[in-house]
Design a protein around this ligand. Sequence first.
Ligand code: GAP
Length: 488
Amino acid sequence: MKTNDELFKNVISHAKEYGFVFPSSEIYDGLSAVYDYGQLGAELKNNIKTYWWKAMVQLNENIVGIDSAIFMHPKIWKASGHVDGFNDPMIDNKDSKKRYRADQLIEDKIARYEKDGKTDKAAKLQADLDAALNSDDLGRLKSIIEEHEIACPVSGTKNWTEVRQFNLMFSTQMGAMADGSEEVYLRPETAQGIFVNFLNVQKTGRMKIPFGIAQIGKAFRNEVIARQFIMRMREFEQMEMQFFVRPGTELEWYNQWKETRLKWHLALKPNPSKYRYHDHVKLAHYANAAVDIEYEFPFGFKEVEGIHSRTDFDLSQHQTFSGKKLQYFDPEINQNYVPYVIETSIGLDRMFLTILCNAYEEEDLSTDEKQDSRSVLHLHPALAPIKAAVFPLTKKDGLPEKAREVMDLLKIDYNIIYEEKDAIGKRYRRQDAIGTPICITVDHQSLQDDTVTIRHRDSMEQERVAIKDLEKLLDGIVGWKPLLQSLL
Ligand code: GAP
Protein backbone atom coordinates (compact mmCIF):
# COMPACT_ATOMS: atom_id res chain seq x y z
CA MET A 1 0.00 0.00 0.00
CA LYS A 2 1.44 3.35 -1.07
CA THR A 3 1.53 6.37 1.25
CA ASN A 4 -0.17 9.55 0.07
CA ASP A 5 3.27 11.13 -0.43
CA GLU A 6 4.35 8.30 -2.70
CA LEU A 7 1.07 8.43 -4.57
CA PHE A 8 1.44 12.17 -5.18
CA LYS A 9 5.04 11.72 -6.36
CA ASN A 10 3.81 9.06 -8.79
CA VAL A 11 1.09 11.40 -10.10
CA ILE A 12 3.75 14.07 -10.75
CA SER A 13 6.11 11.69 -12.53
CA HIS A 14 3.25 10.19 -14.53
CA ALA A 15 2.26 13.71 -15.64
CA LYS A 16 5.80 14.30 -16.87
CA GLU A 17 6.42 10.87 -18.38
CA TYR A 18 3.34 11.03 -20.59
CA GLY A 19 3.58 14.66 -21.71
CA PHE A 20 1.00 16.33 -19.47
CA VAL A 21 3.13 18.74 -17.40
CA PHE A 22 6.82 19.68 -17.62
CA PRO A 23 8.80 21.97 -15.31
CA SER A 24 9.30 25.26 -17.17
CA SER A 25 12.75 25.91 -18.69
CA GLU A 26 13.83 22.44 -17.66
CA ILE A 27 17.06 22.37 -19.67
CA TYR A 28 18.10 25.43 -17.62
CA ASP A 29 17.21 23.58 -14.38
CA GLY A 30 13.68 24.94 -14.25
CA LEU A 31 12.03 28.11 -12.98
CA SER A 32 10.48 27.88 -9.56
CA ALA A 33 6.70 27.40 -9.50
CA VAL A 34 6.31 27.79 -13.25
CA TYR A 35 5.21 24.86 -15.41
CA ASP A 36 4.59 24.07 -19.06
CA TYR A 37 1.78 21.89 -20.34
CA GLY A 38 2.87 19.24 -22.83
CA GLN A 39 1.04 17.74 -25.77
CA LEU A 40 -1.52 15.87 -23.67
CA GLY A 41 -1.66 18.46 -20.89
CA ALA A 42 -2.62 21.17 -23.37
CA GLU A 43 -5.49 18.98 -24.64
CA LEU A 44 -6.73 18.19 -21.14
CA LYS A 45 -6.50 21.84 -20.12
CA ASN A 46 -8.43 22.92 -23.22
CA ASN A 47 -11.11 20.34 -22.46
CA ILE A 48 -11.48 21.63 -18.88
CA LYS A 49 -11.81 25.16 -20.21
CA THR A 50 -14.41 24.04 -22.75
CA TYR A 51 -16.38 22.23 -20.04
CA TRP A 52 -16.40 25.33 -17.85
CA TRP A 53 -17.19 27.72 -20.73
CA LYS A 54 -20.02 25.58 -22.06
CA ALA A 55 -21.48 25.14 -18.55
CA MET A 56 -21.34 28.88 -17.90
CA VAL A 57 -21.88 30.63 -21.22
CA GLN A 58 -23.66 28.09 -23.39
CA LEU A 59 -26.08 26.70 -20.81
CA ASN A 60 -27.02 30.05 -19.28
CA GLU A 61 -28.76 32.57 -21.50
CA ASN A 62 -27.86 35.36 -19.11
CA ILE A 63 -24.09 34.74 -18.97
CA VAL A 64 -21.68 35.99 -21.64
CA GLY A 65 -17.92 35.59 -21.90
CA ILE A 66 -15.13 38.12 -22.47
CA ASP A 67 -11.37 38.10 -22.90
CA SER A 68 -9.81 41.16 -21.27
CA ALA A 69 -6.13 42.16 -21.37
CA ILE A 70 -3.55 41.11 -18.80
CA PHE A 71 -2.23 44.68 -18.52
CA MET A 72 -4.69 47.10 -17.02
CA HIS A 73 -4.58 50.70 -15.82
CA PRO A 74 -2.51 50.71 -12.60
CA LYS A 75 -5.23 52.63 -10.75
CA ILE A 76 -7.43 49.53 -11.04
CA TRP A 77 -5.21 47.70 -8.56
CA LYS A 78 -5.33 50.64 -6.18
CA ALA A 79 -9.13 50.61 -6.38
CA SER A 80 -9.39 46.86 -5.92
CA GLY A 81 -7.18 46.97 -2.82
CA HIS A 82 -4.39 44.88 -4.32
CA VAL A 83 -1.70 47.58 -4.14
CA ASP A 84 -2.20 48.10 -0.42
CA GLY A 85 -3.56 44.80 0.78
CA PHE A 86 -2.50 41.90 -1.44
CA ASN A 87 0.35 40.85 0.82
CA ASP A 88 1.76 37.79 2.48
CA PRO A 89 3.85 38.01 5.66
CA MET A 90 7.35 36.76 4.83
CA ILE A 91 10.38 35.91 6.90
CA ASP A 92 13.94 34.94 5.91
CA ASN A 93 16.30 32.55 7.61
CA LYS A 94 19.67 34.30 7.79
CA ASP A 95 21.68 31.06 7.57
CA SER A 96 19.96 29.21 4.74
CA LYS A 97 18.91 32.48 3.03
CA LYS A 98 15.57 30.79 2.39
CA ARG A 99 12.37 32.80 2.42
CA TYR A 100 9.15 31.53 4.00
CA ARG A 101 5.61 32.67 4.58
CA ALA A 102 5.51 33.28 8.32
CA ASP A 103 1.91 32.06 8.60
CA GLN A 104 2.75 28.83 6.76
CA LEU A 105 5.70 28.08 9.06
CA ILE A 106 3.27 28.39 11.96
CA GLU A 107 0.62 26.29 10.20
CA ASP A 108 3.20 23.55 9.65
CA LYS A 109 3.93 23.64 13.39
CA ILE A 110 0.20 23.33 14.15
CA ALA A 111 0.03 20.29 11.85
CA ARG A 112 2.99 18.74 13.69
CA TYR A 113 1.32 19.32 17.10
CA GLU A 114 -1.83 17.67 15.75
CA LYS A 115 0.11 14.72 14.38
CA ASP A 116 1.76 14.27 17.81
CA GLY A 117 -1.66 14.32 19.53
CA LYS A 118 -1.01 17.75 21.18
CA THR A 119 -4.45 19.02 20.18
CA ASP A 120 -4.72 21.68 22.93
CA LYS A 121 -1.40 23.18 21.94
CA ALA A 122 -2.44 23.10 18.28
CA ALA A 123 -5.75 24.86 19.00
CA LYS A 124 -4.07 27.55 21.12
CA LEU A 125 -1.44 28.17 18.43
CA GLN A 126 -4.16 28.38 15.75
CA ALA A 127 -6.02 30.98 17.83
CA ASP A 128 -2.80 33.00 18.30
CA LEU A 129 -2.08 32.84 14.58
CA ASP A 130 -5.62 33.96 13.67
CA ALA A 131 -5.42 36.87 16.11
CA ALA A 132 -2.04 38.01 14.74
CA LEU A 133 -3.21 37.76 11.13
CA ASN A 134 -6.51 39.52 11.83
CA SER A 135 -4.73 42.45 13.42
CA ASP A 136 -1.90 42.46 10.82
CA ASP A 137 0.52 42.18 13.75
CA LEU A 138 3.80 41.19 12.10
CA GLY A 139 5.76 41.54 15.37
CA ARG A 140 3.43 39.03 17.00
CA LEU A 141 3.98 36.54 14.14
CA LYS A 142 7.72 36.75 14.77
CA SER A 143 7.28 36.25 18.52
CA ILE A 144 5.04 33.21 17.91
CA ILE A 145 7.78 31.70 15.73
CA GLU A 146 10.29 32.31 18.55
CA GLU A 147 8.02 31.06 21.35
CA HIS A 148 7.35 27.80 19.53
CA GLU A 149 11.02 27.44 18.58
CA ILE A 150 10.25 27.02 14.91
CA ALA A 151 13.43 26.24 13.00
CA CYS A 152 14.25 26.63 9.30
CA PRO A 153 13.60 23.29 7.59
CA VAL A 154 16.80 23.76 5.54
CA SER A 155 19.43 25.12 7.98
CA GLY A 156 17.76 23.86 11.16
CA THR A 157 18.54 27.22 12.85
CA LYS A 158 16.20 29.79 14.44
CA ASN A 159 18.16 32.75 13.10
CA TRP A 160 15.24 34.70 11.60
CA THR A 161 14.82 38.21 10.15
CA GLU A 162 11.84 40.37 11.12
CA VAL A 163 8.49 39.50 9.47
CA ARG A 164 7.72 41.86 6.55
CA GLN A 165 4.76 42.30 4.25
CA PHE A 166 5.41 41.15 0.72
CA ASN A 167 3.14 42.30 -2.12
CA LEU A 168 2.29 39.44 -4.43
CA MET A 169 1.85 41.47 -7.61
CA PHE A 170 4.47 41.37 -10.35
CA SER A 171 5.17 44.76 -11.89
CA THR A 172 6.85 45.88 -15.08
CA GLN A 173 7.33 49.06 -17.09
CA MET A 174 5.07 50.05 -19.96
CA GLY A 175 6.46 52.27 -22.72
CA ALA A 176 9.78 52.19 -24.57
CA MET A 177 11.49 55.09 -22.79
CA ALA A 178 12.60 54.53 -19.24
CA ASP A 179 11.67 58.08 -18.19
CA GLY A 180 8.33 58.08 -20.01
CA SER A 181 7.26 54.68 -18.79
CA GLU A 182 4.64 53.77 -16.30
CA GLU A 183 4.67 50.96 -13.76
CA VAL A 184 1.99 48.40 -14.63
CA TYR A 185 1.09 45.12 -12.99
CA LEU A 186 0.54 41.66 -14.35
CA ARG A 187 -3.01 41.02 -13.20
CA PRO A 188 -3.21 38.87 -10.04
CA GLU A 189 -6.81 37.87 -10.87
CA THR A 190 -8.99 38.03 -13.98
CA ALA A 191 -12.01 39.40 -12.07
CA GLN A 192 -11.05 43.07 -12.33
CA GLY A 193 -11.11 42.85 -16.14
CA ILE A 194 -14.76 41.88 -15.77
CA PHE A 195 -15.65 44.64 -13.30
CA VAL A 196 -14.17 47.41 -15.42
CA ASN A 197 -16.06 46.11 -18.48
CA PHE A 198 -19.36 45.77 -16.62
CA LEU A 199 -21.05 48.70 -18.38
CA ASN A 200 -19.55 47.93 -21.81
CA VAL A 201 -21.00 44.44 -21.73
CA GLN A 202 -24.29 45.41 -20.10
CA LYS A 203 -24.98 48.13 -22.66
CA THR A 204 -23.68 46.44 -25.84
CA GLY A 205 -25.21 43.09 -24.90
CA ARG A 206 -28.43 44.71 -23.61
CA MET A 207 -28.05 42.55 -20.54
CA LYS A 208 -30.71 42.65 -17.85
CA ILE A 209 -29.95 41.98 -14.22
CA PRO A 210 -29.41 39.26 -13.07
CA PHE A 211 -26.63 38.49 -15.56
CA GLY A 212 -23.09 37.18 -15.52
CA ILE A 213 -19.78 37.82 -17.26
CA ALA A 214 -17.33 34.95 -17.53
CA GLN A 215 -13.66 34.94 -18.37
CA ILE A 216 -10.76 32.49 -18.60
CA GLY A 217 -7.24 33.85 -18.52
CA LYS A 218 -3.78 34.03 -17.04
CA ALA A 219 -3.09 35.51 -13.63
CA PHE A 220 0.26 36.10 -11.94
CA ARG A 221 1.23 36.08 -8.27
CA ASN A 222 4.71 36.28 -6.85
CA GLU A 223 3.95 33.60 -4.26
CA VAL A 224 6.48 33.69 -1.41
CA ILE A 225 6.66 29.97 -1.44
CA ALA A 226 5.14 27.83 -4.05
CA ARG A 227 4.77 24.14 -3.47
CA GLN A 228 2.84 21.00 -4.29
CA PHE A 229 3.46 20.99 -8.02
CA ILE A 230 0.83 22.99 -9.96
CA MET A 231 -1.19 23.68 -6.80
CA ARG A 232 0.44 27.05 -6.15
CA MET A 233 2.12 28.63 -9.14
CA ARG A 234 3.48 32.06 -10.01
CA GLU A 235 1.82 32.04 -13.43
CA PHE A 236 -1.53 30.30 -13.57
CA GLU A 237 -4.96 30.46 -15.14
CA GLN A 238 -8.30 31.32 -13.62
CA MET A 239 -11.87 30.73 -14.76
CA GLU A 240 -13.97 33.43 -13.11
CA MET A 241 -17.55 34.54 -13.40
CA GLN A 242 -19.09 37.65 -11.86
CA PHE A 243 -22.86 37.49 -11.51
CA PHE A 244 -24.50 40.90 -11.14
CA VAL A 245 -27.68 40.98 -9.07
CA ARG A 246 -30.14 43.36 -7.47
CA PRO A 247 -28.99 44.40 -3.94
CA GLY A 248 -30.86 42.36 -1.33
CA THR A 249 -31.09 39.26 -3.53
CA GLU A 250 -27.40 38.38 -3.32
CA LEU A 251 -27.61 35.67 -0.66
CA GLU A 252 -30.25 33.78 -2.63
CA TRP A 253 -27.96 33.83 -5.69
CA TYR A 254 -24.95 32.98 -3.57
CA ASN A 255 -26.67 29.80 -2.33
CA GLN A 256 -27.71 28.91 -5.84
CA TRP A 257 -24.18 29.32 -7.25
CA LYS A 258 -22.73 27.37 -4.34
CA GLU A 259 -24.90 24.40 -5.35
CA THR A 260 -24.45 24.84 -9.10
CA ARG A 261 -20.69 24.88 -8.85
CA LEU A 262 -20.46 21.73 -6.72
CA LYS A 263 -22.77 20.00 -9.18
CA TRP A 264 -20.35 20.96 -11.98
CA HIS A 265 -17.51 19.22 -10.14
CA LEU A 266 -19.55 16.15 -9.24
CA ALA A 267 -20.84 15.72 -12.82
CA LEU A 268 -17.34 14.49 -13.67
CA LYS A 269 -18.12 11.53 -11.41
CA PRO A 270 -15.23 11.80 -8.94
CA ASN A 271 -15.47 10.07 -5.59
CA PRO A 272 -17.99 12.52 -4.00
CA SER A 273 -16.52 12.04 -0.51
CA LYS A 274 -13.40 13.82 -1.78
CA TYR A 275 -15.35 17.07 -2.10
CA ARG A 276 -16.57 19.34 0.66
CA TYR A 277 -17.62 22.92 1.30
CA HIS A 278 -15.56 25.06 3.62
CA ASP A 279 -17.56 28.08 4.75
CA HIS A 280 -15.45 31.12 5.61
CA VAL A 281 -16.00 32.12 9.22
CA LYS A 282 -13.95 35.28 8.98
CA LEU A 283 -15.10 37.26 5.96
CA ALA A 284 -13.12 39.82 3.97
CA HIS A 285 -14.42 43.33 4.74
CA TYR A 286 -16.26 43.53 1.38
CA ALA A 287 -17.89 40.07 1.48
CA ASN A 288 -21.12 39.04 3.17
CA ALA A 289 -20.73 35.31 2.49
CA ALA A 290 -17.92 33.12 1.19
CA VAL A 291 -17.27 29.44 0.73
CA ASP A 292 -14.53 27.29 -0.76
CA ILE A 293 -15.11 24.06 -2.62
CA GLU A 294 -12.32 21.82 -1.38
CA TYR A 295 -10.92 18.62 -2.83
CA GLU A 296 -9.04 15.99 -0.85
CA PHE A 297 -5.64 15.90 -2.56
CA PRO A 298 -3.08 13.33 -1.38
CA PHE A 299 -1.76 16.15 0.88
CA GLY A 300 -5.18 16.91 2.40
CA PHE A 301 -8.33 18.95 1.70
CA LYS A 302 -7.48 22.16 -0.16
CA GLU A 303 -9.40 24.89 -1.96
CA VAL A 304 -10.10 24.39 -5.65
CA GLU A 305 -12.77 27.04 -6.12
CA GLY A 306 -14.14 30.02 -4.19
CA ILE A 307 -17.69 31.38 -4.28
CA HIS A 308 -17.95 34.84 -2.79
CA SER A 309 -20.75 37.30 -2.27
CA ARG A 310 -18.71 40.49 -2.85
CA THR A 311 -21.50 43.06 -2.30
CA ASP A 312 -21.04 46.23 -4.42
CA PHE A 313 -17.46 46.66 -3.24
CA ASP A 314 -15.57 46.36 -6.53
CA LEU A 315 -17.95 48.36 -8.73
CA SER A 316 -18.24 51.10 -6.09
CA GLN A 317 -14.47 51.32 -5.74
CA HIS A 318 -14.07 51.62 -9.52
CA GLN A 319 -16.78 54.29 -9.55
CA THR A 320 -14.83 56.27 -6.98
CA PHE A 321 -11.39 55.81 -8.52
CA SER A 322 -12.42 56.33 -12.17
CA GLY A 323 -15.01 59.01 -11.53
CA LYS A 324 -17.38 57.15 -13.92
CA LYS A 325 -20.80 55.94 -12.86
CA LEU A 326 -21.10 52.16 -12.86
CA GLN A 327 -24.80 51.85 -12.24
CA TYR A 328 -27.67 49.91 -13.67
CA PHE A 329 -31.17 51.19 -14.24
CA ASP A 330 -33.57 48.47 -13.16
CA PRO A 331 -36.84 48.97 -15.09
CA GLU A 332 -38.70 46.52 -12.85
CA ILE A 333 -38.27 48.69 -9.77
CA ASN A 334 -37.60 51.95 -11.57
CA GLN A 335 -34.32 52.51 -9.73
CA ASN A 336 -30.62 53.09 -10.42
CA TYR A 337 -28.17 51.13 -8.32
CA VAL A 338 -24.67 49.68 -8.20
CA PRO A 339 -25.29 45.93 -8.61
CA TYR A 340 -24.15 43.39 -6.04
CA VAL A 341 -21.90 40.61 -7.23
CA ILE A 342 -21.58 36.88 -6.68
CA GLU A 343 -18.21 35.62 -7.85
CA THR A 344 -17.28 32.06 -8.76
CA SER A 345 -13.51 31.69 -9.12
CA ILE A 346 -11.69 28.49 -9.95
CA GLY A 347 -8.03 27.88 -10.74
CA LEU A 348 -7.69 26.00 -14.02
CA ASP A 349 -4.35 24.46 -13.04
CA ARG A 350 -5.70 23.42 -9.65
CA MET A 351 -8.70 21.85 -11.37
CA PHE A 352 -6.26 20.05 -13.66
CA LEU A 353 -4.45 18.67 -10.60
CA THR A 354 -7.75 17.65 -9.01
CA ILE A 355 -8.62 15.72 -12.16
CA LEU A 356 -5.22 14.04 -12.39
CA CYS A 357 -5.22 13.00 -8.72
CA ASN A 358 -8.74 11.69 -9.01
CA ALA A 359 -8.10 9.80 -12.25
CA TYR A 360 -4.75 8.18 -11.50
CA GLU A 361 -4.79 4.55 -10.44
CA GLU A 362 -2.15 1.88 -10.20
CA GLU A 363 -4.41 -1.09 -10.78
CA ASP A 364 -3.41 -4.60 -9.75
CA LEU A 365 -4.53 -7.05 -12.44
CA SER A 366 -2.75 -10.11 -11.04
CA THR A 367 -4.37 -13.51 -11.34
CA ASP A 368 -3.41 -16.86 -9.81
CA GLU A 369 -1.35 -17.52 -12.93
CA LYS A 370 0.55 -14.26 -13.33
CA GLN A 371 1.40 -10.92 -11.78
CA ASP A 372 0.12 -7.94 -13.74
CA SER A 373 -0.70 -4.28 -13.21
CA ARG A 374 -1.45 -1.15 -15.18
CA SER A 375 -1.30 2.60 -14.65
CA VAL A 376 -4.58 4.08 -15.77
CA LEU A 377 -6.13 7.53 -15.89
CA HIS A 378 -9.89 7.17 -15.35
CA LEU A 379 -10.56 10.59 -16.89
CA HIS A 380 -14.12 11.55 -17.68
CA PRO A 381 -14.32 10.64 -21.41
CA ALA A 382 -15.36 14.18 -22.38
CA LEU A 383 -12.14 15.52 -20.83
CA ALA A 384 -9.78 12.84 -22.14
CA PRO A 385 -7.03 14.34 -24.35
CA ILE A 386 -7.38 11.54 -26.92
CA LYS A 387 -10.89 10.20 -27.43
CA ALA A 388 -10.02 7.01 -29.28
CA ALA A 389 -6.99 5.15 -30.59
CA VAL A 390 -7.22 3.19 -33.83
CA PHE A 391 -5.00 0.11 -34.19
CA PRO A 392 -4.52 -2.19 -37.15
CA LEU A 393 -3.98 -5.65 -35.65
CA THR A 394 -0.91 -6.13 -37.87
CA LYS A 395 1.08 -3.88 -40.18
CA LYS A 396 0.16 -5.86 -43.33
CA ASP A 397 -2.71 -7.36 -45.36
CA GLY A 398 -4.33 -3.95 -45.91
CA LEU A 399 -5.17 -3.50 -42.20
CA PRO A 400 -3.28 -0.18 -41.83
CA GLU A 401 -5.19 1.24 -44.82
CA LYS A 402 -8.53 0.13 -43.36
CA ALA A 403 -7.57 1.57 -39.95
CA ARG A 404 -6.70 4.90 -41.58
CA GLU A 405 -10.16 4.92 -43.17
CA VAL A 406 -11.71 4.48 -39.72
CA MET A 407 -9.52 7.25 -38.35
CA ASP A 408 -10.49 9.62 -41.18
CA LEU A 409 -14.14 8.96 -40.44
CA LEU A 410 -13.78 10.04 -36.82
CA LYS A 411 -11.03 12.66 -36.74
CA ILE A 412 -13.17 15.59 -37.91
CA ASP A 413 -15.16 15.46 -34.68
CA TYR A 414 -12.68 13.99 -32.23
CA ASN A 415 -9.01 13.86 -31.34
CA ILE A 416 -8.06 10.37 -32.53
CA ILE A 417 -4.66 8.72 -32.77
CA TYR A 418 -3.36 5.92 -34.91
CA GLU A 419 -0.85 3.38 -33.61
CA GLU A 420 0.56 0.29 -35.27
CA LYS A 421 3.73 -0.35 -33.26
CA ASP A 422 4.01 -3.12 -30.62
CA ALA A 423 1.70 -5.92 -29.60
CA ILE A 424 -1.94 -4.97 -29.11
CA GLY A 425 -1.76 -5.48 -25.31
CA LYS A 426 1.10 -3.01 -25.03
CA ARG A 427 -0.79 -0.50 -27.16
CA TYR A 428 -3.83 -0.81 -24.84
CA ARG A 429 -1.64 -0.11 -21.80
CA ARG A 430 -0.16 3.00 -23.35
CA GLN A 431 -3.64 4.36 -24.01
CA ASP A 432 -4.82 3.42 -20.49
CA ALA A 433 -1.95 5.46 -19.07
CA ILE A 434 -3.07 8.60 -20.91
CA GLY A 435 -6.77 8.07 -20.26
CA THR A 436 -7.99 7.23 -23.79
CA PRO A 437 -11.53 5.90 -23.22
CA ILE A 438 -11.76 3.71 -26.34
CA CYS A 439 -9.41 1.62 -28.44
CA ILE A 440 -10.61 0.48 -31.87
CA THR A 441 -8.89 -2.52 -33.44
CA VAL A 442 -9.12 -3.30 -37.13
CA ASP A 443 -8.50 -6.98 -37.92
CA HIS A 444 -8.95 -9.38 -40.83
CA GLN A 445 -12.66 -9.73 -40.13
CA SER A 446 -12.99 -5.94 -40.57
CA LEU A 447 -11.99 -6.33 -44.22
CA GLN A 448 -14.84 -8.78 -44.74
CA ASP A 449 -17.75 -7.37 -42.76
CA ASP A 450 -16.82 -3.76 -41.90
CA THR A 451 -16.81 -4.32 -38.15
CA VAL A 452 -14.11 -3.53 -35.56
CA THR A 453 -13.36 -4.46 -31.97
CA ILE A 454 -13.95 -1.77 -29.37
CA ARG A 455 -12.09 -2.04 -26.08
CA HIS A 456 -13.26 0.10 -23.14
CA ARG A 457 -10.59 1.63 -20.89
CA ASP A 458 -12.15 1.19 -17.44
CA SER A 459 -13.86 -2.21 -17.76
CA MET A 460 -11.33 -3.49 -20.35
CA GLU A 461 -14.32 -5.19 -21.95
CA GLN A 462 -14.45 -5.70 -25.69
CA GLU A 463 -17.31 -5.71 -28.17
CA ARG A 464 -17.74 -6.03 -31.91
CA VAL A 465 -19.21 -2.93 -33.58
CA ALA A 466 -20.06 -1.99 -37.17
CA ILE A 467 -17.83 0.79 -38.53
CA LYS A 468 -20.93 2.72 -39.62
CA ASP A 469 -22.06 2.86 -35.94
CA LEU A 470 -18.78 4.22 -34.58
CA GLU A 471 -19.62 7.92 -34.80
CA LYS A 472 -22.82 7.47 -32.85
CA LEU A 473 -21.08 5.29 -30.29
CA LEU A 474 -18.37 7.89 -29.74
CA ASP A 475 -20.94 10.71 -29.46
CA GLY A 476 -22.61 8.79 -26.63
CA ILE A 477 -19.40 8.11 -24.73
CA VAL A 478 -16.91 10.91 -25.35
CA GLY A 479 -19.15 13.72 -26.64
CA TRP A 480 -20.09 16.78 -24.56
CA LYS A 481 -23.81 16.07 -24.68
CA PRO A 482 -24.15 13.45 -21.91
CA LEU A 483 -21.98 15.51 -19.55
CA LEU A 484 -23.73 18.81 -20.22
CA GLN A 485 -27.16 17.20 -20.03
CA SER A 486 -26.33 16.03 -16.52
CA LEU A 487 -25.99 19.69 -15.48
CA LEU A 488 -29.48 20.69 -16.59
N1 GAP B 1 -11.06 36.77 -7.81
C1 GAP B 1 -10.97 36.00 -6.64
C2 GAP B 1 -9.72 35.30 -6.47
O1 GAP B 1 -8.78 35.45 -7.24
P1 GAP B 1 -8.52 33.53 -4.96
O2 GAP B 1 -9.06 32.65 -3.89
O3 GAP B 1 -7.31 34.34 -4.65
O4 GAP B 1 -9.72 34.45 -5.41
C3 GAP B 1 -9.24 31.90 -6.86
O5 GAP B 1 -8.22 32.63 -6.24
C4 GAP B 1 -8.74 30.55 -7.30
O6 GAP B 1 -7.57 30.68 -8.09
C5 GAP B 1 -8.33 29.63 -6.14
O7 GAP B 1 -9.45 28.92 -5.65
C6 GAP B 1 -7.33 28.71 -6.81
O8 GAP B 1 -8.00 27.63 -7.46
C7 GAP B 1 -6.69 29.58 -7.87
N2 GAP B 1 -5.38 30.08 -7.43
C8 GAP B 1 -5.12 31.12 -6.61
N3 GAP B 1 -3.79 31.30 -6.46
C9 GAP B 1 -3.19 30.34 -7.20
C10 GAP B 1 -1.84 29.98 -7.47
N4 GAP B 1 -0.82 30.68 -6.96
N5 GAP B 1 -1.59 28.92 -8.27
C11 GAP B 1 -2.61 28.22 -8.82
N6 GAP B 1 -3.91 28.51 -8.61
C12 GAP B 1 -4.21 29.55 -7.82
